[in-house]
Design a protein around this ligand. Structure first.
Ligand code: 6LW
Length: 504
């Protein structure tokens, strides 16, 4: 069932592919903005813009300087920056987020969501993750967190008032009520939550009351969205937010995963941001069909320009907002100013097995893609990697005339192949090709082919590795794959980086 009249054409879902989880959406006039979690990656909290809810462009990262949060971010993978809430109120944008590295809950404001965002307003009196922020007609500001506790705050000072009240414990029998969002819609205040945990049991529930502090009555149809115990191609659906479309219809953004390799399968792109239509029946939201081919909304679509992240020639002084580093970034270890048109990475001393490696990467956003980069490692050691975390990554590395493929799977480290490299800069390649069965044996989500190109462009495959070991089901945590350039010794220079999705 869908609230969207069938216009005969569809749009692809997720609307923001790749590891961009815990979406929070707000509307300002004709513009829409989404903020997502970023964990140990820096800059953090990517901000996206759209005019049609379907086509999204990253316009920046809210946390892009050391004064905004204690750096380096948590040494644990999937630590750092957890779920944000993004709101527009009184002509300003407000972002509240948890830095589990020890800063706790932080509030930021901006007049332009592309930035700059303010330094943090700390909220020591707000406990719990997944903070939400909502204002009532009297100007009171209510902060609600996972577990569904709530406290009144001063958003300008971070001061809290009165006791933390327990609003709701979620649908009967459901665990982990998280990701609360509070909305005033018509005569009711609605409290939207996620429950069941962010894996295959994930779901969305809702309750309503006549005041922002409750009491709340649960929706009789809870959970209003879940794919638990189904073989739906989109799994782990939950952590939702609501917004009104340009025509006044309602829509939900939420996280989901696309497992490959059969059921339950392995997902490698992380938890991605999906869009679903919402109807209202008897004062309760009814979520329409969530599919990877979403019936197009009834308003004119406004596709943005060609995705700029396809190829980067590093000919700008500042890196595009899609590029992330691990836990911190400084001009000492990452610059495009040393050799114009080249990205220079200077090793911090760590390798891909360490928390503090010099790394610049972008999310894998397609099940099959080919990533290539031209590297000059004459002054050091480094190359191209695809990683989930310090204990799960594949890499092709150049040093002193050798090109090596290294694989790290949990406790296992190994050099899979080694070959003399041709003299001078060399093109390195990692290709993820999604497969589901090989000789009728269930495998997948993909095979990862790794190697380099000879001077005439001939690809020399040094290894073909099973992609299951770079999946969240194997590695755990909250992130997804990131392809990146790294330096593990000396200085390494990268002329360009090309990310080419393909159908397999
Ligand atoms: C997020 C919370 C969750 O803060 O995962 O499993 C955390 N639930 O909603 C990270 O995405």
């Amino acid at each position: 069932m869908s609230s969207v009249p069938e216009t005969g054409n569809t749009v692809s879902n997720p609307v923001i592919p790749g590891f961009y989880p815990d979406p929070s959406i707000c509307r300002a006039g004709e513009d829409y903005y989404i903020a997502c979690s970023s964990f140990e990656y820096f800059p953090g909290v990517p901000i996206f813009h759209s005019r049609d809810l379907v086509h999204w462009t990253q316009i920046g990262n809210a946390l892009d300087r050391p004064s905004q949060l204690r750096l380096p971010l948590d040494s644990a993978s999937s630590g750092g920056i957890y779920a944000p809430t993004l709101r527009h109120h009184d002509g300003r944008f407000w972002l509240i987020v948890t830095n589990v590295s020890g800063d706790g809950n932080l509030l930021f404001t901006a007049t332009d969501p592309a930035g700059p965002w303010s330094d943090p307003i700390r909220l020591p009196g707000v406990h719990g993750i997944d903070p939400d922020i909502a204002w009532d007609d009297e100007g009171n500001c209510w902060c609600t967190t996972a577990g569904v506790g709530q406290i009144r705050i001063d958003p300008h000072t971070g001061e809290t008032f009165g006791p933390r009240r327990q609003l709701w414990s979620g649908a009967p029998g459901a665990k982990a009520p998280e990701a609360p969002h509070l909305f005033r819609i018509g005569d009711y205040w609605y409290l939207l939550i996620a429950e069941g945990g962010t894996e295959r049991g994930h779901g969305v529930s809702i309750a309503r009351g006549l005041a922002p502090t409750g009491p709340f009555e649960p929706c009789p149809a809870n959970p209003i969205l879940t794919h638990r115990s189904t073989d739906h191609p989109i799994q782990n659906t939950g952590h939702a937010d609501l917004v009104q479309g340009p025509d006044g219809s309602w829509w939900m953004v939420l996280l989901g995963v696309r497992p490959g390799g059969g059921t339950p399968g392995w997902h490698v792109l992380g938890r991605e941001t999906f869009l679903a239509p919402v109807d209202w029946v008897d004062g309760w939201p009814v979520v329409g069909e969530l599919s990877t081919a979403l019936p197009a909304p009834p308003w004119p679509l406004q596709p943005h320009d060609v995705v700029p992240e396809r190829r980067d020639d590093f000919d700008t002084t500042e890196l595009a907002p899609c590029w992330v580093s691990l836990r911190r970034r400084s001009s000492e270890d990452c610059t495009t100013k040393e050799q114009p048109g080249w990205l220079t990475l200077r090793a911090r001393g760590g390798s891909l097995d360490d928390a503090d490696v010099t790394f610049v990467g972008r999310r894998q956003q397609h099940p099959s893609c080919r990533v290539r980069t031209l590297v000059d490692a004459a002054e050091g050691q480094g190359g191209l990697a695809v990683r989930l975390d310090e204990r799960h990554h594949y890499a092709v590395e150049v040093s002193s005339g050798q090109v090596q493929v290294r694989a790290r799977i949990g406790p296992l480290h190994t050099v899979v192949a080694s070959r003399p490299t041709p003299p001078g800069p060399v093109v390195l390649r990692i290709e993820a090709a999604a497969v589901h069965t090989v000789n009728d044996a269930r495998t997948g989500p993909d095979f990862v082919s790794i190697g380099f190109e000879e001077a005439d462009g001939t690809f020399v495959e040094l290894a073909s590795l099973d992609g299951r070991y770079l999946s969240t089901e194997v590695a755990g945590g909250f992130t997804g794959r990131v392809f990146g350039m790294f330096a593990s010794a000396g200085s390494v220079h990268f002329d360009w980086f090309d990310y080419e999705p393909f159908e397999h």
